[in-house]
Design a protein around this ligand. Structure first.
Ligand code: IMP
Ligand code: MG
Length: 173
C-alpha cells in the first residue's frame, strides 16, 4: 500500500474548516443547530467543525453504509439511527465526502420525512465527477478529483482514518 504525500495538509484542512464554520455560524445566527454526523468517516471533520461554530449546537450521529455502489439503485443500510427528535429543528447533516450521492441522498430524504424546521447538508470533500444522484449541497470544503483518498476520517478497509492530513491512496501493483 502506498500513501502519497498530503493532497490536503493539516494546515489547509484547518483553514477550510474555519472558513466553513464562519459561513455556517453567520447563516444560523440566532438559531440552534442540530448537527448530525454520518459515521464513521465524518467523525474528525464533525468534531473540528462543530468546535468552531459560534451558534448553539446539539448533536447526534447516524451510521450508514451503502452497497452496490456501482449502480444508481445502491441500497443503504442504517446501522445506528438518529435518536434526537428532528421535528422542528434546524438540522445540519455533516459528511466526510460525497461520492455517488446515494448514501447522503437516502439519509437526507429520511430526515426530511421527520419534518425538521430546515435541513442543510455539509460535506468536507466533493468527488463531483462520480455523482449519480443529485443531492442539494449547501456547504462544500473542497472539490476533489476522482481518486481514492484516505486520512482525516477517510478509510481504506477501516485503516488510515487517524492521519491528520488527506492523501491519495494507491494499491501496490
Ligand atoms: P456515496 O456518496 O453514497 O457514494 O458514498 C459516500 C461514502 O463513500 C463516503 O461517506 C465515504 O464513506 C465513502 N467514500 C467515497 N469516496 C471515498 C474515498 O475516496 N475514500 C474513502 N471513502 C470514500
Ligand atoms: Mg461516509
Amino acid at each position: 500500500m502506498i500513501i502519497g504525500r498530503p493532497f490536503l495538509t493539516t494546515e489547509q484542512i484547518h483553514e477550510k474548516v474555519i472558513e466553513l464554520a464562519d459561513r455556517i455560524s453567520k447563516d444560523y445566527a440566532g438559531k440552534e443547530i442540530l448537527a448530525i454526523g454520518i459515521l464513521k468517516g465524518s467523525f474528525m471533520f464533525f468534531a473540528d467543525l462543530i468546535r468552531a461554530l459560534k451558534t448553539t449546537v446539539t448533536l447526534d450521529f447516524i451510521i450508514a453504509a451503502s452497497y452496490l455502489k456501482t449502480t444508481s439503485t445502491g441500497e443503504v443500510k442504517i446501522h445506528y439511527d438518529i435518536r434526537e427528535d428532528v421535528k422542528g429543528k434546524h438540522v445540519l447533516l455533516i459528511d466526510d465526502i460525497i461520492d455517488t450521492g446515494i448514501s447522503l441522498n437516502y439519509i437526507r430524504e429520511r430526515i426530511l420525512s421527520k419534518s425538521p424546521a430546515s435541513l442543510k447538508v455539509c460535506a468536507f470533500l466533493d468527488k463531483k465527477e462520480r455523482r449519480e444522484v443529485d443531492v442539494p449541497m449547501d456547504y462544500i470544503g473542497f472539490e476533489i478529483p476522482n481518486q481514492f483518498f484516505v486520512g482525516y476520517g477517510l478509510d481504506y478497509d477501516n485503516n488510515y482514518r487517524n492521519l491528520p492530513y488527506i492523501a491519495v491512496f494507491k494499491k501496490e501493483t
